[in-house]
Design a protein around this ligand. Structure first.
Ligand SMILES: Cc1ncc(COP(=O)(O)O)c(C=O)c1O
Length: 655
């Protein structure tokens, strides 16, 4: 029996969250056609601010936002727009720019990565001397991320070049940024920087961001005045529109930080599907939240049959032809949903072709009776509160912290960057992790935290700690109750010496109790393994809170200081003949000295600090790092750490 539908047809299918519904019912509203709806104004200003433009305008759909933008730029009869032959505006918007707007499209071939060759764009620009017979080129349109090529991202350098070309020929540049935040997160480029050369951008709120309705167009004040008038002409002026704008404001707050997780989910799913004999995915093309996959020629199954099998089991995808399907990830799809799809595909392929042995990452033997799978699982909420007395790496040190459960290094989550706290940062950032019974019942269950100093070219790990779960949560050998605890732990510098203290809060809610996260369709925990903010560093970058300079800029003074610091750490370690790699994550936590003390409060002794936790006091001296540990696994851990936090640009001092 299907208990819950896993809807992967598009990122437009998300349902409004409880917070969105609450914001909608509480929204302050007025007549937006008269220009007096305060919530609409707030949303428009916020999106304009985020994208670095003067003003914004809420419109009902992405299609209308593109149509209005093109028509404002091409307001003279006989105008022509250069756009991709595989772009959304050209293919999927009913030809509205010509049928409604009288604008002539000049399609240029889209490459597989969503770009158009600059030379081809330039060649498509009409020579004004031929105006007797030619339409007049007035606009170039780009799409980022590019949906029809699988969510590929146009790099900032490419957009800059198209912007320069437009300027050179006196043309305007519009970006269909229906999924511009996905592109920003995937590229690790602040969204305002990414769209800098554009005269207008349309941003969809009801795609990856998960709002129920709407798009916002941003541009100059003059552009938006004209756009507002056209919106009215097209019937897109709405009265108390603040209701839906309120939900969109929540979407920006709640879901921006989850995009990176969607991208990670997409990559994992693409890899899983690609391992199944009979299916093919171009893995290199999976840059954001969209996957196209093909049924290979000669396979014993058709796309229609596989589609039917998936639907029967509650998984919806989008057929794209006789042998092609599309999948789009979004914030209401969890890692286990992704696994379900892979398992179903594998199952069906096996049924039709029992002799072959398709393999899958999702494949796992059925749980044995009495195995860990039958033990209680739960939700761990981990709040990285603050740190103090960190080593000072740069003058204006900006830090963030990364947390993960030790068994699940691929699911790392990061706080935002504290811009002002220096050596005493405060993050107060809560993350939610799904913790399986196997993990919770393991003697070795631990939470890992790294504190990093942010710099553009090379962030530095300045402190780490692995915290055995049993030292922060008072748990009997078999977990039977919810638990919570707050404690402070000494941090260790990459070479192992302790410096700085991390404050952390942890609470565990067992799955047979009421969840604290929001429930989607009654059975899946929306915030569980997705977490409230998969990488808030990514969100901070997208928000422009943390603005790394562009690639070709010379390294900042800060970056240089960080490099110098890491170099010194390396030299010190070399002098002491201690492998830095071996001490970055430290010795495995079970090798570490962890002892408990009875009395309470702030006792100090032989360099150990005592911490209060659930009425217990813990003295913790984490591993010296000098005793080796599993260096190979730590090296792998570091590599994965970097890979899964592309946007954080994490790098260890051993690089
Ligand atoms: C790249 C792109 N632009 C524009 C749109 C149009 O958005 P809407 O469906 O809200 O009209 C879409 C819709 O999927 C899209 O993918």
């Amino acid at each position: 029996m299907v208990t819950r539908t896993v809807d992967l047809r598009s990122d437009t299918v998300t349902k409004p969250t409880e917070a969105m519904r609450a914001a909608m019912s509480a929204a302050e509203v007025d007549d937006d056609v008269l220009g007096t709806d305060p919530t609409a104004f707030r949303l428009e200003s916020e999106v304009a601010r985020m994208l670095g433009k003067e003003a914004g305008l809420f419109v009902p759909s992405g299609t209308m936002s593109n149509l209005i933008s093109v028509l404002v730029h091409c307001d003279v009869r006989g105008s022509e727009v250069i756009l991709g032959d595989n772009s959304h505006i050209h293919i999927f918007e009913n030809g509205g720019i010509s049928t409604i707007g009288g604008v002539h499209p000049r399609p240029v071939k889209n490459n597989e990565d969503g770009t158009m060759d600059i030379g081809l764009i330039e060649a498509a620009i009409r020579d004004p001397r031929g105006e007797l017979v030619y339409p007049t080129t007035r606009l170039i349109c780009l799409e980022n991320s590019h949906g029809n090529t699988g969510g590929r991202c146009l790099p900032v350098e490419y957009i800059d070049r198209v912007g320069e070309l437009a300027k050179k020929h006196g043309l305007k540049l519009h970006i269909d940024g229906a999924r511009i935040f996905n592109a920003s997160v995937a590229l690790g480029v602040p969204v305002n920087r990414l769209v800098q050369p554009a005269d207008s951008v349309s941003v969809c709120l009801s795609k990856g961001l998960g709002a129920p309705v709407g798009s916002v167009i941003v541009g100059s004040k003059t552009f938006i005045v004209k756009a507002r008038r056209l919106r009215k002409t097209l019937g897109g002026g709405m009265r108390q529109v603040g209701f839906i704008c309120a939900a969109a404001l929540v979407a920006l707050q709640e879901n921006l930080g989850k995009l990176e997780h969607d991208h990670m989910n997409a990559k994992a799913l693409a890899e899983g599907l690609n391992q199944i004999e009979g299916l093919r995915v171009n893995l290199a093309a999976v840059e954001t939240n969209i996957i196209f996959f093909n049924i290979v020629e000669g396979s014993k199954i058709t796309a229609a049959e596989l589609y039917k099998h998936l639907v029967e089991h509650g998984v919806l995808v989008m057929p794209e032809g006789p042998s092609r399907m599309r999948i789009v990830l979004h914030h209401q799809i969890s890692s286990s949903d992704v696994q379900k799809l892979t398992s179903l595909a594998l199952e069906r392929l096996r049924e039709v072709s029992p002799s072959s042995s398709p393999i899958s990452a999702a494949e796992s033997p059925p749980p044995k009776k009495g195995s860990f799978a039958t033990m209680p699982s739960g939700i761990l909420e981990i709040t990285l509160v603050s740190a103090h007395d960190l080593p000072s790496v740069t003058k204006n040190m900006k830090t963030y912290a990364v947390v993960w459960l030790q068994h699940d290094e691929d699911n790392k989550q990061a706080t935002n960057v504290d811009q002002a706290g220096g050596i005493n940062p405060k993050w107060n950032h809560a993350f939610t992790f799904r913790a399986g019974g196997k993990f919770l019942n393991s003697e070795d269950a631990a939470i890992s935290v790294e504190v990093c100093a942010a710099a553009w070219d090379k962030d530095a790990t300045i402190g780490y700690v692995d915290i055995p779960l049993r030292d922060i949560l008072e748990m009997p050998s078999s977990v039977v109750t919810d638990a919570s605890g707050t404690a402070s732990f000494k941090l260790h510098r990459p070479k192992g010496k302790s410096q700085g203290v991390l404050k952390i809060e942890v609470s565990l809610k067992l799955s047979n109790k009421e969840h604290s996260g929001s429930i989607v369709n009654g059975s899946s925990l929306c915030n569980s393994d997705i977490g409230p903010s998969a990488s808030v560093v990514a969100a901070a970058i997208a928000n422009g809170l943390y603005t790394p300079p562009v690639n070709n800029e010379t390294p900042s003074e800060e970056s240089e200081q960080i490099k110098e610091w890491t170099k010194k750490e390396r030299e010190k370690a070399a002098a002491e003949r201690r492998p830095i790699v071996g001490s970055i994550v430290g010795a495995p936590f079970h090798n570490r000295k962890v002892s408990r003390a009875r009395s309470t409060k702030g006792r100090k002794g032989d360099g150990k600090k005592l911490f209060s936790c659930l009425g217990c006091e813990i003295a913790i001296t984490c591993g010296s790092g000098g005793n080796g540990g599993d260096e190979g696994s730590r090296r792998r851990n570091r590599r994965r750490h970097r890979g899964s936090n592309k946007v954080c640009n994490l790098s260890s001092v051993d690089d």
